[in-house]
Design a protein around this ligand. Structure first.
Ligand SMILES: C[S@@+](CC[C@H](N)C(=O)[O-])C[C@H]1O[C@@H](n2cnc3c(N)ncnc32)[C@H](O)[C@@H]1O
Length: 325
């Protein structure tokens, strides 16, 4: 989409290794932020290639979407979609603290779009992004921003009570149901007393979906079940927050249109969704037992159908506080 990325403050490019095994770079921490990481994890994450796409192969990580440039471009789009649909970059009541200067963790930061944008908007605060794949920019970034490789289901490489705000957006496909509580407790541990956590998730269960989308999504669900994911995890995140010990739990659900019927937002979201469908091809096509031509035909029909049924996708947002004492 010409001109789209110029609207993003940070147009990012990750280094493209040509070989099959990809070595992660040692994350660079800017001096004034180094106290937020216990130690630099010297982890080298292998990646694997299938259907011409690059996927993470981090130990114990169930995440199924790719980590190549095409996917990172999709995540930039997704950031724009969520921000425009919600009208802001976060909902927790922490504006004044961010202005003053606090420490923020972006858990499962992807290419770091949110982290970088927030670091630019709040220069007094310090932002750390963590992800199993290091697809963030290594050279150009704000001084108050750093990135660390790590798996949220493992112990986090930070001291207890390190952060004032933890943000985790659309990472659900990387945390199987039985590990979700573990992740919430890891995040609880690194959050300071009185600090805020905010979880944003999309429900794959699209509203008003047509036949093609249903066929596709059923195949995704079938695969996800084999990896420990069940339906509907995002719907009771507020309960899970309560079980972990968080208080002052609040939330919001909005529906985002898919397709030109929903204006520019819907148009861009449709582009994002078709790109995500392509990203999931390695798991979906074998389940559907489709030839390349049949799979392409399915993808070609999705936009028309989305517009006809006026499809929407649920976005769930929950924010809560770690008790102050
Ligand atoms: C859909 S992307 C969202 C990225 C970013 N949060 C955003 O909203 O733009 C999900 C990200 O979560 C990361 N991820 C998934 N499971 C993870 C895990 N267990 N630990 C750390 N990162 C994980 C993936 O590598 C991917 O970059």
């Amino acid at each position: 989409m010409p001109g789209f990325f110029s609207r993003l403050k940070w147009t990012l490019s990750s280094k493209k290794p040509q070989n099959k095994e990809i070595k992660e770079e040692k994350p660079k921490l800017v001096s004034e932020t180094s106290d937020s990481a216990k130690s630099l994890p010297q982890i080298h994450t292998a990646s694997v290639y299938t259907y011409g796409r690059r996927f993470q192969a981090y130990k114990d990580c169930a995440y199924v979407l790719p980590n190549d440039d095409t996917e990172i471009d999709r995540l930039h789009l997704q950031h724009w979609i969520v921000k425009n649909a919600v009208g802001r970059n976060y909902s927790s009541p922490i504006e004044a603290e961010l202005e003053k200067g606090i420490k923020v963790l972006d858990a499962g930061c992807g290419g770091g779009t949110w982290t970088l944008e927030m670091a630019s908007a709040y220069p007094n605060s310090i932002f750390t992004g963590l992800d199993v794949s290091s697809t963030w920019p290594t050279e150009i970034r704000p001084h108050n921003c750093n990135f660390v490789v790590g798996n949220l289901v493992h112990e986090l490489p930070f001291d207890e009570n390190s952060f004032d705000f933890v943000y985790m957006r659309i990472v659900g496909m990387g945390i199987p149901n039985e590990q979700y509580a573990t992740v919430l407790s890891h995040l609880y541990k690194v959050l300071k007393p009185g600090g805020w956590i905010e979880l944003v998730e999309m429900d794959g269960e699209q509203v008003y979906r047509g036949q093609k989308t249903t066929l596709y999504w059923n195949a995704v669900q079938q695969y996800l079940k084999t990896r420990g994911f069940k339906d509907g995890i995002v719907r009771d995140i507020d309960l899970k927050l309560g079980d972990t010990g968080y208080v002052n739990i609040d939330g919001l659900r909005i529906r985002i249109p898919v397709g030109g019927w929903g204006g520019k937002l819907g148009e861009v979201f449709l582009e994002d969704i078709v790109s995500a469908y392509k990203s999931l091809r390695p798991v979906v096509q074998p389940i559907l037992k489709f030839s390349d031509e049949e799979f392409q035909e399915l993808l070609d029909n999705v936009p028309k159908e989305n517009n006809e049924v006026k499809q929407e996708v649920n976005l769930f947002m929950n924010w809560a506080q770690k008790p102050a004492n």
